[in-house]
Design a protein around this ligand. Structure first.
Ligand code: DGP
Length: 117
């Protein structure tokens, strides 16, 4: 299912170019246009969901998160480590409302945990 005027649906359809990292029949992984780390790859389901709370079937979520490991292998960060982020709605500043997983790595990171000083 595709949503009209969704940026990532257009990327999935090839209507907007992206630098592809991995693709199969259910997911697409591509480089973030504005990388925050040496490795910054986004993974999206090809079907449209606004976010992780948008009735995503368990099997779809499992498939999406299994793809994280594949991307980490492809990008060479499986051993060094990486961070997985799923921004959801306004407080998390989700800017593209098509479910996506950020895979960040390639250098040491701070805790990023707002509960730690
Ligand atoms: P979020 O803030 O979690 O919704 O992240 C959206 C990410 O999408 C953000 O890191 C920048 C990225 N992004 C926005 N527009 C494009 C685009 O046209 N192409 C690519 N490759 N990435 C994009």
């Amino acid at each position: 299912m595709r949503k009209e005027d969704c940026l990532f649906c257009k990327i999935v359809a090839g209507e907007i170019p992206s630098t592809k990292v991995y693709e199969d029949e259910r997911v697409l992984a591509f480089e973030d246009v504005s990388p925050q780390m040496p490795v910054h790859t986004l993974i999206v389901p090809k079907d449209h969901y606004d976010n992780i709370g948008d009735g995503v079937p368990d099997e779809e979520l499992g498939y999406l998160f299994n793809t994280v490991r594949k991307v980490a292998d492809i990008k060479g960060i499986a051993e060094s480590g990486y961070r997985v982020i799923v921004n959801t709605n306004n407080d998390a500043q989700q800017s593209v409302h098509h479910l996506h997983v950020h895979v960040l790595g390639g250098a040491p990171m701070n805790s990023g945990d707002p509960s730690r000083k």
